[in-house]
Design a protein around this ligand. Structure first.
Ligand code: DLL
Length: 435
């Protein structure tokens, strides 16, 4: 059996009905947040805003923004809006320093998440007969369990492969007959390269589609992956703070991602002034969760730069679309799908007694992201023997691995070799051409 929509009534709703639904849900959500999250109540009280002042979607701009720093200040559970006994899942993602940010979901929240991911699976042509190979990481990262939930909800055969062990992934692709691949675009490119290195081709596997997100990827990369794996490759967007993958999803038209507007309101704003921009203008993406119960952020500043636009889509869906993110307003970098802030690296260096002269060099070699960190030694450290220095490099590499979950190779360099800047220090040299 194959169908075009997972929830056709919602996905193809007239725009005026979407707006009505949004306002009804927004009003309820603001009341929920005001009554159950003291942090939000204080923010609203400070500007004398009452839930009853939110009468239409146009009143959204009256609400204060939420920033990542608010999540840090309320760590771990201060923004949760339900008692912990109602929270049945926790996920986490990188904070800007040593501690992660933590999010929670009720049973109903997970139901919504499964549904919105199932919407995309259907939009790319999957159905109960498909075999869905989930190679996003499982764990605190939302990718694995997010796609997993949607695939199971659809009733497809779900393979929870998780990431890594690439040769075994290829064997599974061949033998289990996976038809839809879900992973980061860079991992899809690496899988395809490994396939050919093993003397196999796209004809030896059974894939027809891929759902790739969690990091930036270019149209050229899309074409390469489509060609080498013999599939159609679709983008998926999301962030831990708002839900995880599935906040927005690409359909068969492959021209921007539909935002699940019955659950999230998207705005674009000028990142400097906070002013709301008209549709079609590039700005920072801001999301409000209008149905989420456990962790309902309002006007969350994603730091992603993009454009939103409403157009008649050939797929028949009416939800507004967002472009691929075109950059960020902060210094977060995404390495193999893992978010990294330079400040996290700096915190580890300081803890180990290094001066704060360092540089992070990011590259993409054979479709794999690499990260090297050059760290300047103090004069005393410089006089250590090579063996001692190698030991110190390893110690720092291990400490970074334990914090970030990925390898960032540390190289200790001579004092005063990292170029000093007259303005802002240049902490990151990203040689990948992603935007
Ligand atoms: O990356 C959730 C996800 C998992 C999305 C699997 C898609 C697939 P975080 O780890 O919190 O959540 O990272 C969120 O990743 O603010 C963007 O900067 C970036 N990002 C996510 N999807 C895309 C995409 C997951 N399709 C951050 N294109 C976001 C470009 C993306 N960047």
């Amino acid at each position: 059996m194959s169908y075009r929509y997972y929830e056709s009534e919602l996905e193809t709703m007239p725009v005026s009905d979407i707006k009505d639904l949004q306002i009804e849900r927004l009003k309820k959500q603001v009341a929920h947040v005001y009554s159950n999250v003291p942090y939000y109540k204080n923010l609203m009280d400070e500007i004398s805003l009452k839930p009853s002042d939110i009468k239409g979607v146009n009143d959204l701009h009256k609400l204060p923004f939420t920033y990542k720093k608010d999540l840090r200040e309320t760590y771990p559970y201060g923004l949760f809006a339900v008692p912990m006994r109602d929270v049945i899942r926790l996920h986490a993602s990188s904070g800007t320093t040593g501690k992660q940010i933590v999010v929670g979901y009720t049973k109903e929240d997970l139901d919504v998440w499964d549904e919105i991911v199932a919407r995309q699976l259907v939009a790319v042509g999957a159905d109960v007969d498909d075999i869905i190979h989930v190679a996003y990481g499982y764990g605190l990262f939302t990718g694995g369990l997010g796609l997993h939930g949607g695939a199971q909800r659809l009733g497809a055969s779900t393979i929870p492969v998780s990431s890594g062990n690439t040769k075994r992934q290829i064997t599974i692709l061949q033998d289990f007959g996976s038809t839809v691949l879900c992973c980061t675009p860079s991992y899809a490119a690496f899988l395809s390269e490994t396939l050919y290195t093993m003397g196999l081709t796209k004809d030896d596997i059974h894939l027809k589609a891929g759902i790739f997100g969690a990091e930036a990827w270019t149209d050229q990369m899309r074409r390469d992956i489509e060609e080498s794996l013999g599939i159609k490759a679709y983008d998926i967007y999301g962030l831990t703070e708002i839900m995880g993958p599935g906040v927005a999803y690409e359909c068969s038209a492959q021209s921007g991602m539909h935002v699940n507007e019955d659950h999230f309101i998207i705005e674009t704003i000028d990142p400097d002034t906070g002013e709301v921009l008209p549709e079609g203008s590039q700005g920072e993406l801001v999301f409000s969760c209008i149905t989420k119960q456990a962790f309902p952020l309002l006007r969350y500043r994603t730091r992603d730069i993009g454009v939103i636009f409403r157009e008649t889509c050939s797929c028949g869906r009416t939800f507004i679309k967002m472009s691929k993110p075109r950059g960020r307003t902060d210094d977060m970098i995404i390495i193999r799908g893992v978010n990294v802030f330079p400040s996290q690296i700096e915190a580890v260096l300081m803890e180990h007694g290094y001066p704060s002269h360092y540089q992070i060099i990011v590259d993409r070699i054979n479709n794999i992201d690499t990260m090297n960190v050059n760290v300047e030694m103090s004069l005393e450290q410089f006089s250590d023997t090579v063996r001692v220095l190698e030991g110190k490099e390893q110690e720092l590499t291990d400490a970074l691995k334990s914090l970030l979950g990925i390898t960032a190779r540390v190289h200790l360099v001579a004092p005063r070799t990292i170029v000093r800047s007259e303005g802002k220090a240049i902490r990151v040299i990203d040689n990948r051409k992603l935007f």
